[in-house]
Design a protein. Sequence first.
Length: 108
Amino acid sequence: MRRFAIPCSSCGVLTRNEGARCDIHKAQHEQQRELRRQLVKKATGQYSGDYKKRAKFVRDNAIACHICGLGELPNDPWNADHLIPGDPDSPLLPAHASCNRKRGNKPL
């Protein structure tokens, strides 16, 4: 606890809590922080270590783009594309970066 009271950074009420928030806003701030942590954890799950290994394998062994059917193109690197857009568990297939961008989140 602080020796001197300072105003809450949210409402201005004097408080001696650490972090410059009154009891009410301290609890709200902790809830918001936890929600942000969960959202970040959920958002980054698709790009876990397993995904990175699978994507690297697909890019390294690519022969033909599953979207256009062409082989390697100059200045158009391979991407690992999800067969079902938005589904992190769907199989990964090789695609040119340009084809993958054009396709976006649309099904084949």
